[in-house]
Write a protein that binds this ligand. Structure first.
Ligand code: MV4
Length: 449
């Protein structure tokens, strides 16, 4: 087992990781930028090292500075959390070369899944369903329009280096193809320095349903059931839940089996997520694999009653997992509380939190690093808390969430709490009748309190 883990992250996830390390008897090192000197992760870690100025490029993304902190503290493990360097193959490799365990997959696995065309080819070989489309990258417009004609419009152009919707275009007919191709390539080149594009049939009104998997160092891979993450805005998730209201036991068996196959095909080690698009007929298609612990992992923790960070650290230490999959016995839902002004296009709204009271009580969990008097810095993402509720049924879970949202007091900054209150009242949401297009039709006026 690890002696000392350095947490290469900040905010709620840094705190979350420190908590589990403490329970496991592992010493912790926090790193922090000058903007985070007053953060709780700095206070709660056994040691803390200031690694630079506020800008991420000079702190949480700066590999040489983080490796210097690893060296002076003699940490034997590095936990990257999510975001920042969590899916940076170079960082994983440098940790390995330095003799410190990166708590996550190898550089090779990160690269393989980070390149979407390679990931898709890997999944086809493994027998995981994928969206019909090009085999590999498109060479030119002529090849693109030919394939589009075969699979039928509408089609989608996607960047192989993509994710988060960048370099992605829907093409309705052949007339639109060339413009879409040119702008997708340009956008991908600017965002990723890679203009490789592939094509897929456009799946209409899909749900985003992802499976949590975990693999150990002995080739065992299991799944921990699904999370429905269809409530998103501009590729930012707002609410996640498990089980998916769209799931059936039969579909869970099929998708779970595909997720395990996906993990086994790359000998995956660590916690990971297999993202699927699911159409209205319950056809499912591999979309992407995330090789990190995700923001929404508590939803799974609550429904299967296991600490995923603990499991992640155990497999990284070489402890084998049990062979069986996990199924939800409860319903859990997470609302992401962001320092954003909902009525102004969800614009970030950093600043000082003058008063703060978080909801409590049975089945209510709040993962947060903030407190009254804390200033939300403008340099990083705007999530300040995750409110997770758990109950016997989805209906009870929504009632609990409404009660908990009503208890939240956050003064001094605007947050997404009013949005979540309105969402919990929305008839379509309450009926479980939604897909990834939900936010396009949601009336933000409903958030006016
Ligand atoms: C799609 C799709 C429809 N058809 N692919 C969005 C981000 C990237 N990971 C893939 N995405 C999509 N790929 C095909 N063939 C629709 C989306 C999509 C989406 C997917 C999941 C969650 C939210 C979304 C919002 C818009 C589009």
């Amino acid at each position: 087992m690890f002696n000392k883990i350095l947490i290469a992250n900040r905010g709620e996830i840094a705190l979350r990781i420190i908590r589990t390390c403490k329970e496991m008897g592992i010493k912790t090192v926090a790193i922090y930028s000058k903007a985070d000197a007053d953060s709780l992760h700095v206070r709660f870690a056994d040691e803390a090292v200031c690694i630079g100025p506020p800008a991420s490029s000079e702190s949480y993304l700066n590999i040489p500075r983080i490796m210097a902190a690893v060296e002076i503290t003699n940490a034997d493990g590095v936990h990257p959390g999510y975001g920042f360097l969590a899916e940076n193959a170079n960082f994983s490799e440098i940790c390995k070369q330095s003799g410190v365990k990166f708590i996550g997959p190898t550089a090779e696995m990160i690269s393989k899944m980070g390149d979407k065309v390679t990931a898709k080819e890997t999944m086809i070989k493994a027998g995981v369903p994928v969206v019909p489309g090009s085999e590999g990258l498109l060479k030119d417009v002529k090849q693109g329009t030919k394939i589009a004609k075969q699979i039928g419009y509408p089609v989608m152009l996607k960047a192989t280096a993509g994710g988060g919707g960048k370099g992605m275009r829907i093409v309705q007919n052949e007339d639109e193809f060339e413009d879409a191709w040119n702008s997708a390539r340009k956008e991908a080149k600017a965002a990723f320095g890679n203009d490789g594009i592939y094509i897929e049939k456009f799946v209409e009104e899909p749900r985003h349903i992802e499976f949590q998997i975990i693999g150990d160092q002995f080739g065992n891979v299991i799944h921990l059931s699904e999370r429905d993450c269809s409530i998103q805005r501009r590729h930012q998730k707002l609410v996640e839940e498990s089980p998916s209201p769209f799931m059936t036991p039969e579909l869970r068996e099929k998708m779970g089996e595909a997720a395990v196959l996906a993990g086994k095909s790359i000998n995956y080690e660590g916690v990971g997520t297999i993202e699927f698009l699911v159409d209205k007929y319950r056809n499912f298609y591999f979309m992407e694999m995330n090789t990190r612990i995700q923001v929404e992992h508590p939803v799974t923790e609550e429904v299967i009653d296991h600490d995923l960070i603990k499991e992640q650290i155990k497999v990284a230490a070489g402890i084998p997992i049990s062979g069986k999959n996990y199924y939800p016995t409860m319903h859990a839902m997470e609302c992401r509380i962001n320092a954003e002004d909902v009525l102004n296009g969800f614009r970030p709204n950093p600043g000082k939190i003058t008063s703060f009271h978080s909801p409590k009580g049975h089945g209510v969990r709040v993962d947060t690093h903030v407190y009254a008097g804390y200033s939300v810095p403008p340099f990083y993402d705007s999530m300040i808390a995750k409110l997770i509720c758990k109950a016997q049924s989805r209906e009870e879970c929504i009632k609990k969430m409404q009660r908990a949202l009503d208890e939240f007091i956050i003064e001094g900054i605007r947050t997404t709490v009013p949005f979540h209150k309105a969402l919990m009242k929305n008839e379509a949401f309450r009926a479980g009748d939604f897909n990834t297009g939900f936010m396009n039709t949601f009336n933000l006026e409903d958030c006016v309190e």
